[in-house]
Ligand binder design. Structure first.
Ligand SMILES: [Zn+2]
Length: 315
């Protein structure tokens, strides 16, 4: 086995400079240089612009807590299932024990696993939101990610909330083997029940959305939104090229390519994402009222006392 690990280590060594170049690191300093256009922006301005380069509109990676702040109205976020923690069911070990790796990432990110879930308001409308975090083991989907997303969707179904999941993931978490692959079916099942209840689900595909995440909940939305120039796919480009022994077209597995080929419905820049989501949800809103209705005198639909109470409890 050691020779296989050496081989991977060598591959990593040769890839390292390229990855480093692509990786966006927000410097602690006052100024941040864009990786794509090399323009220098005041870090505070960049943060105010939701980490989108003001010059070239390159979308830097956003951590989950920051993304929640960007999408949810201030002081309305209520996290769900924060105490669910990952275990190491297979006693898996590569260069490091999986249990140790988990502890390292937990210490580094302050998260328990690669997703945060909860409810909140978006422009005053209730929403169940899940945000994957690429900085925790590449946003990989293990049992905890699956369970938390499932519970979020089930909670949303019970409360008649729309669901938004921000996807950013390398795919299923190999360290949990079959347990991670099962999550695809589990989440898809929960979404099916959410859909049967005629509720809205919108996945946001951020860079990168790959593997089992693409093959399940990222592609099951009523409206599928992608961020500009995100990489979205199942297997990686190189794997496909080596398997097919063919060169793939330029721009393959980008948001723009997928939009052109009908896999995503819209590419929305991050700076207009909240507004677009709130519009979509409000368009769908009269429909919720029809299901648990009290039509007010001015012709607008309002929620029943029960559902208002449920919302107050939930938020
Ligand atoms: Zn730039």
């Amino acid at each position: 086995m050691s020779s296989l690990f050496d081989w991977f280590a060598n591959i990593r060594k040769t890839e390292a400079p390229v990855q480093k170049q692509q990786e966006r690191e927000i410097a602690d300093g006052l100024w941040t240089k864009c990786n794509v256009c090399s323009s220098v922006a005041y870090t505070k301005d960049l943060q105010a612009n939701q980490l989108v380069c003001p010059e070239c509109e390159y979308h830097n990676r956003v951590e989950s807590s920051e993304r929640i702040k960007q999408l949810i109205d201030a002081n309305t976020w209520k996290p769900l299932d924060e105490d669910i923690r990952p275990v190491d069911p297979l006693g898996f070990r590569d260069r490091k024990e999986y249990s140790v790796r988990l502890q390292d990432y937990q210490a580094k990110t302050g998260l328990t696993d690669a997703v945060q879930t909860g409810t909140g308001l978006i422009d005053g409308l209730p929403l169940a939101l899940g945000v994957m975090d690429f900085s925790f083991m590449g946003g990989s989907m293990g049992s905890v990610v699956g369970e938390k997303l499932c519970r979020l969707i089930e909670h949303a179904t019970a409360e008649q909330f729309p669901v938004v999941i921000v996807c950013s993931s390398g795919g299923a978490r190999m360290q949990e083997g079959l347990f991670s692959l099962m999550q695809m079916a589990k989440i898809s099942g929960a979404l099916q029940r959410h859909q049967t209840a005629k509720l809205l689900y919108v996945p946001i595909l951020a860079h990168p959305t790959m593997g089992g995440v693409t093959a399940s909940f990222a592609m099951l939305g009523d409206v599928i939104i992608a961020e500009p120039k995100a990489t979205i796919g199942f297997a990686g480009r190189r794997v496909i090229e080596q398997t097919l022994r063919e060169k793939l077209p330029d721009g393959f597995q980008t948001s723009e390519y997928l939009l052109e080929h009908g896999f995503v419905d819209s590419i929305v820049p991050r700076t207009s994402l909240k507004k677009t989501l709130a519009q979509l949800i409000s368009l769908h809103q009269p429909f919720y009222a029809l299901m648990s209705p009290l039509k007010s005198q001015n012709g607008h639909y309002s929620k029943s006392a029960n559902s208002q109470q449920r919302e107050r409890n939930a938020l």
